[in-house]
Design a protein. Sequence first.
Length: 67
Amino acid sequence: MTTQSFRGSLTIPQFDPIIAFGYMGDYIANVSNGSHEFFAWGDNRNTVTDFLFPNGRNDPDVFFATH
């Protein structure tokens, strides 16, 4: 459903240590209502820059598509 490739995300140091160390997430789904398919997945295509990562880091986000 996507033509966008992405790199893995270095999660050490973890940017959200409350969740877990070295954890990206597991957002993935594929469902159908009989006439459309719906997909959700996590990938690292976006980049965020903050005080911990002044040069930027890949940002695990959830994406959605329908077909």
